[in-house]
Design a protein around this ligand. Structure first.
Ligand SMILES: *Cc1c(COP(=O)(O)O)cnc(C)c1O
Length: 485
């Protein structure tokens, strides 16, 4: 078992003189601070450099990451992030650029953003793109503000309702509420798609828009999407596509062709830029031409053969983030697209879908699959039957996986499947890895029936063993108080 690290403060030996505040070159600003404003005593931990190095390296190893092992966290698309993306994003010309540099001094970076927007337009079937939103949820908020503004400009202030399926990702209702809408739910049918009859009964003139991900959070493609789009367009409601599941359809089908008016993408999922831990992401938003004027400013345009930051959009909802979004993430996504090319992008989706179906087929005799269809890039299994027969829950199964060196799948989501485990292998895993994972899942299944008792106390091989989830949520201790040591 890995041992938990002491905090760096606890390792400190005061008076060992192992820190130094530089007053030369880059530290020169210290000399300009008046003496009476300078602190004389510092409370820094004093730890030798090699111990600091070891400390942070050990800390980094306590975390599980996609560079370390298989990470089948459904909906989150934890695919391998090619290291060339990092190389390109660290090039000095990008990395040292100040956001306020004059436009004629940063033509290369503007060109990169312009071309990335063009690629995304093509991939999405949209007419304009903003690269400013910095997460999926940030893209949702941007898109919903556009929907609100669109109806406002037309004088349709009664349009206050956003419809979404009962399988929706949690950010969807949250974003809709924050953007000032009311949320109305539509039921899923027994194929996991939107129930058209139920939809007809909830749709009316007050509906401003529809928000959906396709394939949805069950990993299933909605076969009726064009009919659904027509029902909304009849009421002058807009269709919003949550593109977080785009890994399944890249290069195969475009949301623009399905009838959508607004789309966000998660570059930190589909386009292989690192994510997790709340780190920087990017959630570009694409729109059809009737909404181009509503995008956040600035957008990148081309004028007299020069790339410019264009603030001239008439109905712009304004800014949604400082400057131009998370530029480094955009560089990584651009690199990824250029490295893979059209065929590569399409193939990556094909392999993502193939890998998910492979695992589903291998596990379906042990774990029940609630919707018996070919899945897209992910699928959901239910531990309901196992729980009834053995007392072992989806949570126990997920914990047992940790002991076998895997990250857990997404649990208890979507809400419409009891004891749900949602598995997304992505395209970047080898057949060997997929087979080993299936084997682990089958061993765990057997354990449910042979050694259930043991499973309640797993994981045992992780830095932190079984935690009390309720206590962690109700009584979290998230601050470090040195004084209390
Ligand atoms: C991840 C995800 C989101 C939210 O994206 P963030 O970047 O985490 O804000 C929205 N919808 C779906 C379906 C997702 O999987």
């Amino acid at each position: 078992m890995k041992k938990l690290e002491k905090l760096i403060f606890e390792k400190s030996v005061q008076g060992s003189g192992t820190y130094r505040v530089s007053t030369s070159n880059s530290g020169a600003i210290i000399n300009e601070i008046p003496d009476n404003l300078k602190r004389q005593d510092f409370d820094f931990p004093e730890v030798p450099e090699n111990e600091v190095m070891r400390h942070f390296l050990k800390l980094s190893r306590l975390n599980f990451c996609v560079d370390e092992g298989f990470y089948p966290l459904g909906s989150c698309t934890m695919k391998y992030n090619p290291k060339i993306n990092e190389r390109v994003a660290s090039l000095e010309g990008f990395n040292e650029l100040h956001p306020l540099v004059p436009m004629d001094k940063c033509q290369g970076s503007l060109r990169l953003m312009y071309e990335l927007s063009d690629y995304l337009k093509e991939i999405l079937g949209m007419d304009s793109v903003s690269l400013q939103p910095v997460a999926g949820a940030s893209g949702e908020m941007t898109g919903l503000k556009i929907i609100r503004e669109y109806h406002k400009v037309k004088g349709n202030l009664h349009k206050k309702i956003i419809i979404m399926p009962d399988s929706a990702h949690g950010t969807n209702p949250a974003s809709a509420m924050m953007a000032g809408f009311e949320v109305r739910e539509v039921k899923s049918n027994d194929r996991g798609g939107v129930d058209i009859e139920n939809l007809k009964s909830v749709i009316d003139d007050n509906v401003a828009g529809f928000m959906v991900t396709n394939p949805n959070t069950l990993g299933l493609y909605d076969e009726n999407i064009e009919e659904i789009a027509a029902l909304f367009h009849e009421k002058d409601a807009l269709l919003y596509y949550d593109g977080a599941n785009f890994n399944a359809i890249m290069g195969k089908v475009k949301p623009g062709d399905m009838g959508f008016d607004i789309v966000h993408l998660n570059l930190h999922k589909t386009f292989a830029t690192p994510h997790g831990g709340g780190g920087p992401g990017a959630g570009p938003v694409g729109v059809k031409s009737k909404l181009s004027n509503f995008l956040p400013v600035p957008v990148i345009s081309k004028k007299d053969n020069k790339y410019i930051l264009d603030y001239s959009l008439q109905n712009s909802i304004g800014k949604v983030h400082a400057f131009y979004g998370n530029f480094a993430v955009l560089i990584k996504a651009y690199t990824y697209i250029r490295m893979l090319g059209k065929d590569g992008l399409r193939k990556s989706s094909e392999y993502a879908v193939l890998n998910a179906n492979y695992i589903m087929e291998r596990l379906k005799d042990k774990y029940s699959v609630p919707y018996k269809r070919t899945c897209m890039h992910e699928f959901v299994i239910s531990a309901k039957k196992i729980k009834k027969e053995t007392g072992i829950s989806a949570m126990d199964i997920a914990k047992a996986l940790l002991d076998k060196g895997y990250h857990a799948p997404t649990m208890y989501f979507p809400l419409i499947v009891e004891e749900a485990l949602m598995i997304e292998p992505t395209e970047t895993e080898t057949l060997t890895t997929l087979d080993e994972f299936c084997q682990a899942m089958i061993e765990i299944y057997n354990m449910c029936y042979n050694n259930a008792e043991e499973m309640h106390s797993m994981p045992k091989n992780t830095p932190i063993t079984r935690v009390d989830d309720v206590k962690a949520a109700r009584n979290p201790k998230i601050n470090y108080y040195k004084a209390k040591l």
